[in-house]
Design a protein around this ligand. Structure first.
Ligand SMILES: Cc1ncc(COP(=O)(O)O)c(C=O)c1O
Length: 470
């Protein structure tokens, strides 16, 4: 009997609905969705339980089928429900196991073709500086000995001090004791999620967001919810309305040179978000990895709401990714939690990579590398931008990628598939999309990839333009 499959579910939902009271400002579908969530959290509804068909449940509860449909949609959006075509809706309590967008998992270099999916540093003089570092280090056995030992979980004091310098900007001057050392921003982000959120909790982010966040959250069983954006980035009103509907714990965002749309939040928007963090007790996780070349970027959100913000960044896009050096700036109340998360993963960070970064930051070499990187980037852009004439795109003077609109009749996937046949790989909006809504027909093309061959990148861009404009 098909009805038997959801009769247990009904026996839980029916009394819960009749015992619940209507709350001002909460519509019926939100009330129903909340009841289902609560039943999951109490362990009354198990993974795989079938929910009644919309019309049947509506009759039982005395509401319209539309109310039930909207409740199911909300639950699906939050990851609590899986709709199987032709078979109904099933409870999902377990985190999704798919690791993440396909392009996040792959290696950065594709020897069979041209991989324009990744933003990475363009080689400048970092190899020379690395050789100098190692030669000098070889003359200091006592220091080598120190770096060879287990370090404090937060990192050695001199490295934390360098991190404070790296993250400072105008009136935002971090204190050393608020800094933790990490193996790059991805590690900083993973450690933050591990320390501050639990499986089943909800993190909001731009509806087009960094795939590394989506992937890390999925692995940890954290639910990700997309927030509407405009050309600057996240919309505070949209975030507020989500905070009123869902128990959102944190917000992750790239406020300066948003990945992928390249927008920059202005000061007013940052202050609005800071106020929302205070009002809704949200943890704001701001990722400035791509913004480190952009000296004129606005002050971070951490300046406006230091008690509610975590700021993370690295040297990957400015100097080189291989040294795996990055930093977290966090309020004092979270430092120990974050240190425990780092310890639980790897006991400590590799002090040698952090030492290279720190020496470069404190000696001014990191700034020289940043200047050289910017120069290399601008040279590439000057050579490649004219090729895109007539195409609709966004970029930022300090960003190595173009965010291009795909005109009718093409779809972004078709363009990507077509280019792939010629050995050219690009990212599409789908790689960045949170949920299945809001996937514009756009593609991301990075000009910092495949560092040695500007001619090949130019040819690929030419091919792309021909496809887009014909
Ligand atoms: C927004 C953002 N954060 C973090 C990272 C990863 O940086 P890292 O190499 O420092 O781990 C990237 C890499 O592309 C990124 O785009």
């Amino acid at each position: 009997m098909p009805v038997k499959r959801y009769i247990d579910t009904l026996s839980i939902l029916l009394p819960a609905w009749h015992n619940s009271v209507a709350e001002a400002g909460i519509s019926k579908y939100q009330r129903l969705a909340k009841l289902v969530q609560q039943a999951i959290e109490k362990g009354q509804l198990a993974n795989g339980s079938k929910l009644p068909p919309h019309r049947y449940l509506a009759d039982q509860l005395g509401v319209t089928p539309g109310t039930v449909s909207k409740a199911y949609q909300e639950l699906e959006r939050l990851g609590y429900l899986q709709a199987r075509v032709g078979d109904g809706s099933y409870i999902r309590t377990l985190p999704q196991t798919r690791v993440g967008p396909e392009h996040f998992q792959t290696q950065t270099r594709n020897d069979d073709g041209l991989d324009l999916r990744h933003n990475q540093h363009i080689p400048t003089h970092e190899v020379e500086l690395l050789s100098q570092y190692w030669q000098q280090l070889a003359q200091q056995p006592a220091y080598i000995q120190q770096l060879s030992r287990y370090s404090p979980e937060q990192g050695w004091p001199q490295h934390r001090q360098a991190g404070a310098r790296w993250l400072s900007l105008g009136s935002f001057q971090p204190q050393t004791e608020h800094i933790l050392c990490c193996h790059g921003s991805q590690h900083a982000l993973f450690s933050t999620l591990l320390a501050c959120l639990r499986a089943g909790e909800v993190i909001a982010t731009e509806h087009l967001s960094y795939p590394g966040l989506i992937s890390a959250a999925r692995i940890l069983g954290i639910r990700v919810l997309g927030v509407a954006m405009d050309e600057q980035g996240i919309l505070p009103d949209a975030l507020e309305s989500l905070c009123q509907q869902y128990p959102i714990k944190a917000l992750y965002l790239t406020p300066s040179i948003q990945n992928p749309t390249t927008g920059v939040l202005d000061t007013q928007r940052r202050q609005q978000l800071a106020r929302l963090a205070q009002r809704y007790q949200l943890l704001l996780i701001e990722d400035e990895t791509h913004a480190m070349l952009f000296d004129e970027r606005p002050l971070p959100l951490s300046y406006y709401a230091p008690e509610h913000c975590i700021l993370l960044s690295s040297l990957s896009k400015v100097a080189c990714a291989g040294i795996r050096a990055g930093f977290i700036h966090a309020p004092a109340r979270l430092i120990n939690k974050l240190a425990q998360a780092i310890k639980a993963q790897s006991w400590m960070v590799n002090a040698f990579g952090l030492d290279i970064a720190s020496q470069w930051i404190l000696s001014g070499k990191a700034s020289q590398l940043a200047q050289a990187q910017l120069h290399a980037l601008q040279q590439r852009k000057a050579a490649l931008t004219p090729i895109l004439e007539g195409c609709q795109y966004r970029s930022h003077s300090h960003s190595p990628h173009f965010w291009l609109e795909v005109p009718e009749p093409w779809s972004a996937q078709e363009i990507a598939a077509n280019l792939q046949q010629s050995g050219i790989r690009i990212a599409t909006a789908e790689d960045f999309a949170v949920g299945r809504q809001h996937q514009p027909q756009s593609i991301r093309v990075s000009i910092s990839a495949e560092p040695d061959d500007l001619g090949a990148i130019a040819q690929a861009m030419q091919r792309l333009r021909t496809l887009l404009l014909n």
